[in-house]
Design a protein. Structure first.
Length: 144
């Protein structure tokens, strides 16, 4: 089974005080034990770094800590999947055609990775955003 992790699930899984930690952490734990093939979009790495280093928690996550969290929880256990420049162009066109703007583009890129990788599940806490941008993939969008 191939499971793609959205940024929302990864953040919740690795940040213990996160309100969704108890729902996300078991999935990360299962990924670490290789119960399934774990996938992550390459741009998610940058998004994770940005979110981790700006979270309003105490103590603050330093850049070095963020790097280590990404390495330990993603790089060592997941296949990192990249998109081509033509994939980016087609996703931007799709979002523009749908009349959508802003950060939904990042979810659309993750949906594109899910499509290209033929995942069984895309784990996310942003179900409605993914349904809007990937209606034909609804059966793959899964709330932890």
């Amino acid at each position: 089974m191939k499971i793609l992790f959205d940024t929302s699930v990864i953040i919740a899984a690795i940040i213990e005080p996160h309100p969704m930690h108890s729902r996300a952490f078991p999935w990360l734990k299962r990924a670490k034990s290789k119960e399934f093939d774990s996938l992550v979009a390459s741009h998610t790495l940058a998004e994770l770094y940005a979110v981790l280093t700006t979270l309003p928690i105490s103590p603050k996550i330093t850049p070095g800590m963020a790097r280590q969290l990404i390495y330990n929880n993603i790089e060592t256990i997941s296949k990192i999947v990249s998109l081509s420049s033509s994939d980016y162009i087609s996703v931007i066109q799709q979002i523009a055609d749908l009349g959508l703007s802003g950060g939904v583009i990042y979810d659309a890129l993750i949906a594109k990775v899910a499509q290209k990788s033929k995942v069984d599940r895309l784990l996310t806490f942003n179900i409605e955003d993914f349904k809007r941008i990937w209606p034909e993939g609804v059966k793959h969008i899964y709330l932890p």
